[in-house]
Design a protein around this ligand. Sequence first.
Ligand SMILES: NC(=O)c1ccc[n+]([C@@H]2O[C@H](COP(=O)([O-])OP(=O)(O)OC[C@H]3O[C@@H](n4cnc5c(N)ncnc54)[C@H](OP(=O)(O)O)[C@@H]3O)[C@@H](O)[C@H]2O)c1
Length: 165
Amino acid sequence: MEVILIAAISVDGKIAQSADQNSLEWTSKEDTAFFIQKTKEAGVVIMGRRTFETIGKPLKGRRLIVLSEVPGTVKGVEYVEEKPQDLVARLEREGVTQVVIGGGSSVYSQFLQAGLVTDVYLTVEPYLFGGGVPLAEGFHPIQMSLIDVTKLNGQSVLLHYVTDV
Ligand SMILES: NC(=O)c1ccc[n+]([C@@H]2O[C@H](COP(=O)([O-])OP(=O)(O)OC[C@H]3O[C@@H](n4cnc5c(N)ncnc54)[C@H](OP(=O)(O)O)[C@@H]3O)[C@@H](O)[C@H]2O)c1
């Protein structure tokens, strides 16, 4: 199973200035286009309830799984309360071969902590926030290999790493 972490980060490694910030406020249109293309390719996206609230609607043409302890009400969204290992194992049994981990920080952290992430795509956007929501924290160091660097536009760079799991 490919478990693909996708995030846009500031130059100082933050994914948002605050937990209620919608990423579209500061990320490039090329990053959005990459996210759409990659999530459509994978077909399944997992994200946390807070990230979903910044979006507020299902993702067209993709299965969207939202982690929450409280069942939500938005149609077309699967709300689950599951450990990352159990969720990935269940999806694998269902025949899913690729899944995108779409954030936020708490969800990235759990999937990294569980050692499930196989690929990391980071778009570095040209901002220093000086504070805010970190990409992830609270897990043991993970060595990664850089596979590819793509300049998305004059200001934004897409990095692709793989982890050795
Ligand atoms: N730059 C980027 O690429 C990017 C991408 C994604 C998000 N973000 C940003 O990240 C911020 C949000 O991150 P965050 O860490 O605060 O929140 P989050 O990870 O999006 O959501 C946290 C919530 O998800 C639920 N949850 C997480 N793991 C769970 C599990 N295993 N089982 C059941 N429920 C679980 C809980 O919801 P309940 O409280 O409902 O139980 C928890 O409060 C936002 O600012 C967003 O814009 C940035």
